[in-house]
Design a protein around this ligand. Structure first.
Ligand code: NDP
Ligand code: 8X3
Length: 252
């Protein structure tokens, strides 16, 4: 069975994507930092679908840990067919002049450097196989900038640029690269962004129907299951109530 490797699988898009690929019979390599969450997900996937699941509980920001855990994967798991670079976060929502340097570094290290570390390792094997599919989770924030979005938007613009660069350079190896850009989706994203302030987080999704994790998982799986000669290179998915980063039709 094909193997999918999903980063950030303990919550939100990553968790829903794991379920979607498990339903289709894929073997799953699941990463995140919270091992208890990953173990609960594995138990569920094994009992519901008989899935084969390998857990890799590392922090994508830690370059040595990424290399060490991936190098030590059993050989049978090293032929990865699909990599979903999903682990990511926003930290804070402040004007540039009020922003925290720690928040900025956290976003750059996770959203950009983490994606680089994991991809660099996985690409080696895909190049040998002369096949593979890398699916990068960018954001509408990778196409547009909004007030107080500064550094988060910068990291997601970088992800979108990197998707284009990867696509060009990996072309001779038949490796597909898909960049997915969701708009407002209800996950733990805003709870993380507002550092545990659930009241502030829930306001982001009030008065309209935001995207759900399963909506994004459907799109990721659709992209991954196209025929070998078809690559969906850029997908933007927004809730019907959203037209752009700044405009949401609330309480119509
Ligand atoms: P969640 O907070 O629900 O999930 C984020 C996932 O990333 C968690 O599994 C978390 O696991 C993991 N993660 C965070 N930091 C690290 C790290 N250093 N190492 C390994 N895993 C990490 O948010 P979403 O599902 O919404 O976010 C998924 C992706 O989608 C992100 O890249 C986000 O930027 C992007 N996105 C989100 C949108 C939204 O509106 N929700 C819209 C557009 C894009 P753990 O904490 O256990 O490590
Ligand atoms: C997450 C969506 O609009 O909060 O990428 O930036 S948004």
């Amino acid at each position: 069975m094909p193997i999918v490797f999903i980063t950030g699988a303990s919550s939100g898009f990553g968790k829903a994507t794991a379920e979607k690929f498990a339903q289709a019979g894929y073997q799953l390599i699941l990463n995140a930092r919270r091992l208890d969450r990953l173990e609960a997900l594995k138990t569920h996937l094994v009992s519901s679908y008989g899935s084969q699941v390998l857990l890799l509980p590392f922090d994508v920001r830690n370059r040595e840990e990424v290399a060490q855990q991936l190098d030590n994967m059993p050989a049978a798991w090293q032929k990865i067919d699909v990599l979903v670079n999903n682990a990511g976060l926003a930290a804070g929502r402040d004007a540039f002049q009020d922003g925290s340097m720690d928040d900025w570094e956290l976003m750059i290290d996770t959203n950009l450097k983490g994606l680089m570390y994991v991809s660099k390792w996985v690409v080696k094997g895909m190049m040998e196989q002369k096949s593979g599919h890398i699916i990068n989770i960018s954001s509408l924030a990778g196409q547009e900038v909004y007030p107080q979005g500064n550094l988060y938007c910068a990291t997601k613009h970088a992800v979108t640029a990197l998707s284009k660069g990867m696509r060009m350079d990996l072309l001779p190896y038949h490796i597909k690269v898909t960049n997915i850009s969701p708009g407002l989706a209800e996950t733990e994203f805003s709870i993380v962004r507002f550092k545990g302030d659930t009241e502030k987080a829930s306001k982001v999704y009030e008065g309209y129907q935001p995207l759900q994790p399963e909506d994004i998982a459907d799109v990721i799986f659709f992209a991954a299951s196209r025929p070998a000669h078809v690559n969906l290179e850029e997908i933007t998915i927004l809730p019907t109530a959203q037209s752009d980063s700044r405009t949401v039709n609330k309480n119509p």
